[in-house]
Design a protein around this ligand. Structure first.
Ligand code: AMP
Ligand code: ZN
Length: 464
């Protein structure tokens, strides 16, 4: 049984998919106007763990991730500039070139972090027609109004606006003071469905619509891209916690307005990553990207290891020291794999011990994706004298299907036949307690550039 914390109900619930064997997931993707920082990547990592846990539990996963290449403005209150149009001006490129460049870079970041690709990538600009169709339905049902700036969703028309926010009492819709956002907006919480280009404004990305030339609102895009690929309702919708208050709340409102249904049954949100105790922010100048880590000589998977050490619903603080510690832990783990892969060691003392570890691991990861507990269990298991090396080796690789540290790719160095022969000869002399001869052979091996480490599992040969 998998249990997941559902933001919608504010409870950890048993996960019951709509179809018996396949789970549909939609994860809000990047706005491709700039590089993703390691905070963004923590959210995609958590979604990858969710997917791997479902796969480990024998579900097939249909995963949709969008690329926001239009409509995300610098302010979530639907004001400010379009992030992509702004980047295009800065970089002296077309908006399409900007989107293409940062999309590819983002996909490469995912690859470096060993995050599984979604089943379907979908770009906002590829679903403009469907977005216009959705707004038309909302218009027919009386949920919209038009002002000079564009078409807006009237949140006062929806009985239970804000369910995801956990509102106990109705939201105060009319602001006493100024309503943030465009002039003429009726309620504080109303949001743009279609923004008009406006007189004198030059945009590269704009389309005709029944309301005038313009572009869709960010929240509308995700409703269309998810439902088009997964139907309504679908199983799981994910994102970072900052999406609860506005973006996901407004997605739910449109689906409720247009189809009278809750969009997805489970809403999962990952907590934020801070850097050296502070919020990640360009103005503070503390933004770290995956490229910065690689330039400093870190293996990107050491960041993945670091992310595994915290539960996805806990705040996490990134420090360079913690990354170093993770890199060391990952190196130790790799060395362990090599060591364990070398000899079969002693057979297991307890027949059911391997299964017991497997069961405990499954329990931890299926309990709202508890990776820190699962990781601690793996280390405990590697030090358990009651398990054989072979069992430990296969358990680590099995657990790594969820951790995603690519441990199956760690290969033993190819040791020349002659060195292997000398090592075996040395073992024989050691068994015969001919210590001087054993040292002689060790020196001969060293002369040829190899060293021998004697471990409880047997000798390990390494290049010097
Ligand atoms: P954006 O491209 O701004 O829409 O963000 C992409 C994803 O990263 C979204 O799911 C955000 O919720 C998430 N996100 C943004 N900042 C952070 C952070 N500091 N830590 C974790 N996730 C974040
Ligand atoms: Zn979204």
């Amino acid at each position: 049984m998998i249990k997941l914390y559902n933001t919608l109900t504010r409870k950890k619930e048993e996960f019951k998919p709509i179809e018996a064997k396949t789970v549909g997931i939609y994860t809000c993707g990047p706005t491709v106007y700039w590089f993703s920082h390691i905070g963004n990547l923590r959210t995609y990592f958590f979604e990858d763990i969710l997917k791997r846990v479902l796969l480990y539990n024998n579900y097939a996963v249909k995963h949709i991730m969008n690329i926001t290449d239009v409509g995300h403005l610098t302010s979530d209150a639907d004001t400010g500039e379009d992030k992509l149009e702004k980047s295009a001006l800065r970089e002296n490129k077309t908006v399409w070139e900007v989107a293409d460049f940062y999309t590819k870079h983002f996909q490469n970041d995912l690859k470096n972090l060993n995050i599984k690709e979604p089943t379907v990538w979908v770009k906002a600009t590829d679903t403009i027609k469907e977005q216009i169709d959705l707004i038309k339905i909302l218009e027919q049902k009386g949920f919209t109004y038009q002002i000079a700036d564009g078409v807006y969703f009237d949140t006062s028309k929806l009985k239970n606006y804000g369910v995801l926010r956990g509102n106990k009492k109705p939201i105060e819709l009319k602001a006493k003071a100024r309503i943030e956002g465009a002039a003429g907006k009726k309620n504080i919480t109303d949001f743009a469905l279609w923004k008009l280009t406006g007189p004198g404004v030059q945009r590269q990305m704009e389309w005709d619509s029944p309301w005038g030339r313009g572009f869709p609102g960010w929240h509308t895009e995700c409703v269309v891209m998810s439902i088009k690929n997964l139907g309504i309702p679908f199983d799981i919708h994910c994102g970072g916690i900052d999406h609860i208050q506005i973006h996901h709340t407004n997605e739910i409102s449109q689906a409720q307005g247009a189809y009278g249904k809750i969009m997805a049954n489970y809403w999962l949100h990952g907590e934020f990553l801070n850097i050296e105790g502070g919020k990640i922010s360009k103005s503070i100048g503390n933004v770290v990207n995956l490229d910065d880590l690689i330039k400093k000589g870190f293996n990107p998977l050491s960041l993945r290891y670091l992310f595994l050490t915290a539960h996805y619903r806990s705040n996490m603080d990134f420090t360079w020291k913690s990354l170093e510690a993770s890199q060391n832990a990952l190196q130790n783990l790799s060395a362990k794999i090599l060591q364990l892969g070398i000899s079969g060691g002693l057979p297991s003392v307890s027949v059911n011990l391997e299964e017991a570890y497997q069961k405990k691991f499954l329990d931890f990861i299926s309990d709202d994706l508890n990776t820190p507990k699962a990781l601690a269990l793996m280390w405990q298991m590697t030090n358990d004298p009651a398990l054989s090396s072979k069992e430990k080796h296969s358990l680590i690789l099995d657990m790594d299907k969820v951790f995603g540290l690519d441990l199956d790719k760690i290969k033993k160095e190819k040791i020349p036949v002659e060195i292997n022969r000398l090592s075996q000869a040395r073992e024989k002399t050691r068994q015969d307690k001919k210590w001087a001869k054993a040292d002689e052979i060790r020196n001969e091996i060293a002369k040829q550039g190899y060293e021998i480490e004697d471990t409880p599992q047997g000798p390990v040969i390494k290049k010097i």
